[in-house]
Write a protein that binds this ligand. Structure first.
Ligand SMILES: [Zn+2]
Length: 58
């Protein structure tokens, strides 16, 4: 899901979006999305689902 990393890097030290590494390298037990990125992610997910449903990303 590399689309996550197209977002602006977050300044929250505990936020997964702050990292510049790929998700495979991140210890996901420690890092998580801050509320701001969580909200962005939710919006992005909605947009992607909408696109997939309409075949735009195919
Ligand atoms: Zn964040």
């Amino acid at each position: 899901m590399e689309i996550f990393f197209g977002l602006v890097h977050c300044q929250n030290p505990e936020c997964i979006m702050r990292s510049s590494t790929y998700v495979e390298d991140i210890d996901q037990k420690k890092l998580k999305f801050c509320p701001t990125c969580r909200e962005e992610l939710d919006q992005l997910t909605e947009e992607c689902e909408h696109k997939y449903r309409n075949g735009v990303n195919q």
